[in-house]
Ligand binder design. Structure first.
Ligand code: BG6
Length: 484
């Protein structure tokens, strides 16, 4: 199946840091369908060859094993093309259409890797020149909107030009192999299903921790904050996959219908519950990997009086029969002790312990990164004597070791899925808008707090966030996984 893949924002950070290296991996793994062309469009005037040379240089920043040799790059570069486009000029879209039609590939995938405020303009212009036929797909990179109203504005324009089945909204977490494994664990095995409910589960914790700070992205980050950057999308997507009912088929709409139902069942926030159940934090100077690091307010391009949050912890519930009363805790932030993403399912304790003094509940840890694996924590007898203590042991499964040859990165997978036209790993507009409407009361409450002089709670870089995050969980009689 021949395809053309077009990157709007072809000289931007996302394209050269993530998308091109991912495409190169797909190419190297022999996964890119034959007969493909990759076109980068951007504002500068340059030839295909100059663009190829520029990209080759950028690839020097790609981590070691993923960097192409000269010979590999030369073969990959044969697929690369460049075209100058001023995105406000209708005739430039007509020129692009012509370029695509001259060859008439079976599929055209248009990847909008630009600033999202340009999405409505680009989509409208694509529609105006008729670049929205059934063989065209549009891929929209996050952040999709800044709040519910702006997300709806973008979606309105996208839907007026493309059908929902042509729109591929990226949440790169859905491309991670570990997230695929979550579906496999839940719906490919019958073992856990009878336990996957309020009767057996005490609480669920989702942690997406990063050890890095905001780096050079201070201006973007300060307009965004952790709630928009990580919670509205990645954390809520994970929550909905953990909590969803089994879809009737492995198909995009069956899966997305079930995720949407979870998002609609989340307990809505009020001002009181935001104050009680949501903790926002901002890092101060501290340590990362044993070295002193600056606080958020001292990062470049961050205003010295910023109220932007770099950490969020919250408690919510999924209000349905399966989950009534089970707390779901989400926690994510920058400058935490490690890069570590995991979902911890804490089971209830045994109803009656026959081992004096010991009643340690089981837990299932779904590890998303840096490793991709599962740990099931159990108690086992250490020795033969009845009086000897039980000991905690875990069954460990490491998917990177189990399937070393099939591991692919999130962007590689998502690009290949978009080219193949499979929507399972992309977010539908109603899910996305529902997620925005759920976080909106938090954003509004914080705006009011800020106006009244409120600030995020400080935490030292290299710690697990403000103490209030531990108190949030302790209030229910629980502890975060690392404190258990
Ligand atoms: C992005 C956020 O969506 O996800 C970044 O904009 C964040 O701020 C990144 O660092 C985390 O992704 P990953 O795959 O490294 O966990």
């Amino acid at each position: 199946m021949s395809f053309d893949l077009v990157f709007f924002g072809g000289t931007g950070d996302l394209t050269w840091r993530k998308l091109m290296p991912a495409l190169f991996q797909a190419f190297r793994h022999g996964k890119l369908p034959p007969g493909g062309r990759i076109l980068s469009v951007a504002r500068d005037e340059q030839s295909d060859d100059k663009y190829r040379g520029w990209l080759k240089e950028r690839f020097q920043d790609v981590e070691g094993g993923k960097r192409p040799s000269d010979e590999e790059f030369a073969r990959f570069a044969e697929l690369l093309h460049y075209r100058r486009m001023d995105l406000s000029q209708p005739e430039h879209y007509a020129g692009l259409k012509q370029w695509l039609e001259d060859r008439g590939a079976a599929t055209a995938v248009l990847y909008l890797a630009t600033s999202p405020h340009l999405f409505p303009q680009i989509c409208a212009q694509l529609g105006a020149v008729g670049l929205n036929g059934p063989h065209v797909r549009v891929v929209l990179e996050k952040p999709l909107g800044h709040d519910l109203a702006s997300a709806q504005d973008i979606n309105r324009v996208v839907r007026s030009v493309f059908s929902e089945t042509q729109a591929f909204r990226i949440d790169h977490y859905l491309g991670k192999p570990s997230v695929q494994n979550l579906m496999a664990l839940r719906f490919g095995n019958a073992l856990f299903e009878p336990l996957w409910r309020r009767e057996s589960i005490a609480n669920i914790q989702i942690t997406l921790a990063e050890s890095l700070g905001v780096g050079t992205r201070g201006d973007f980050y300060d307009r965004t904050g952790t709630l928009r950057d990580m919670v509205q999308n990645h954390a809520l997507q994970l929550l909905s996959m953990v909590a969803m009912e089994p879809p009737s088929r492995y198909d995009a709409d069956a899966i997305r219908d079930e995720k949407l139902k979870v998002l609609r069942s989340l307990k809505p926030f009020t001002d009181d519950s935001v104050a009680r159940d949501v903790v926002r934090g901002q890092y101060r100077a501290g340590n990362a990997a044993g070295k002193p690091v600056a606080g958020y307010l001292d990062e470049i391009r961050v205003p010295p009086d910023s109220r932007c949050e770099t950490f969020v912890a919250l408690r919510t519930e999924v209000q349905n029969w399966r989950w009534a009363g089970v707390p779901f805790y989400l926690r994510t932030g920058k400058r935490l002790p490690a890069r570590d993403a995991q979902i911890v399912v804490n089971f209830r304790p045994t109803p009656h312990s026959i081992f004096p003094g010991i009643n340690r509940p089981n837990k299932l840890v779904i590890k998303l990164q840096p490793e991709d694996g599962l740990e099931l924590h159990l108690l086992a007898a250490k020795g033969t004597s009845q009086n000897e203590a039980l000991s905690a042991v875990s069954l460990d499964l490491d998917f990177d070791k189990a399937f070393p040859e099939t591991r692919v990165g999130a962007y590689e997978r998502l690009l290949l899925e978009a080219i193949a036209g499979r929507l399972n790993l992309f977010v539908r507009s109603d899910e996305q808008e529902q997620a925005w409407s759920w976080v909106e009361p938090i954003l509004q409450a914080w705006n009011r707090e800020n106006a009244a002089g409120g600030v995020p709670r400080p935490y030292a870089a290299g710690t697990w966030g403000p103490a209030a995050a531990s108190a949030l969980v302790a209030r229910d009689g629980f502890a975060w996984s690392e404190e258990q």
